[in-house]
Ligand binder design. Structure first.
Ligand SMILES: Nc1nc2c(ncn2[C@@H]2O[C@H](COP(=O)(O)OP(=O)(O)O)[C@@H](O)[C@H]2O)c(=O)[nH]1
Ligand SMILES: Nc1ncnc2c1ncn2[C@@H]1O[C@H](COP(=O)(O)OP(=O)(O)O)[C@@H](O)[C@H]1O
Length: 190
């Protein structure tokens, strides 16, 4: 059996990564989402082991010491990281795996796994990004401001990615990601 392909899906907080992915995952049975670990507090409705593995800072740092993460980063005051073993297991089983992560982690993957396919999701404008983050209502105004500041830095990295999807019309963005998956599955490895 051929191993699956590794996809990295990055973009500023509030740009629509989760919204796009939930719809794409529902119609792509060969694609698996990696469940990240984080030290941030769970939001209402978030389930441990489904949305994230929620853990304390001490637990997270212990896992860093034991080299349990494929990548990890500090983002707006919290740790986020990709547990390595489940990703390797699913790839070996032939599934494609997608990591929904921020830019610092994406760059670590690019170095460590140069064959990973790098996809960046950009908002149509900073104004629309701000509207989406405020509209989602999951963070305080202060935290939204910190995420928007981080977004400026993240947007400056988009030229380092293989693909950029502008999430203006949601249906188009979903079709774009599915087209990328489809094309990459047909790519000839030389
Ligand atoms: N480096 C890294 N970033 C992650 C990981 N999991 C999630 N993130 C990113 O961390 C940022 C904050 O995530 P979160 O607090 O859930 O906010 P949201 O993505 O805007 O809903 C987002 O850009 C996520 O894509 C991970 O395992 N590693
Ligand atoms: N194309 C779109 N047009 C308008 N609103 C969108 C679009 N895509 C996502 N949203 C909304 O923007 C907010 C942030 O989306 P989300 O998927 O949580 O972003 P991310 O996972 O990148 O942080 C959500 O309220 C979502 O419903």
């Amino acid at each position: 059996m051929n191993p699956g392909k590794l996809f990295v899906f990055t973009g500023p907080s509030g740009t629509g990564k989760g919204t796009i992915l939930s719809q794409v995952l529902a119609c792509e049975p060969q694609l698996r989402l990696s469940v990240s670990a984080t030290t941030r507090q769970p939001r209402e409705g978030e389930v441990n082991g489904v949305h994230y593995w929620f853990m304390s800072q001490a637990e997270f740092e212990n896992k860093i010491e034991h080299d349990a993460f494929l990548e990890h980063a500090c983002y707006v005051g919290n740790y986020y990281g990709t547990p390595e073993q489940p990703v390797n297991d699913q790839l070996a089983e032939g599934y494609d795996v997608i990591l929904e992560i921020e830019v610092q982690g994406a760059m670590q993957i690019h170095k460590k796994r140069p064959d990973a396919i790098m996809v960046f999701v950009a908002p149509p404008s900073m104004e629309e990004l701000s509207n989406r983050l405020h509209g989602r209502g999951t963070e305080s105004s202060e935290k939204v401001a910190a995420r928007l500041a981080q977004a400026e830095t993240e947007l400056s990295h988009q030229s380092q990615f293989d693909y950029v999807i502008v999430n203006d019309d949601l249906g188009e963005a979903i079709a774009d990601l599915r087209a990328i998956l489809r094309a990459e599955r047909c790519r000839v490895v030389r």
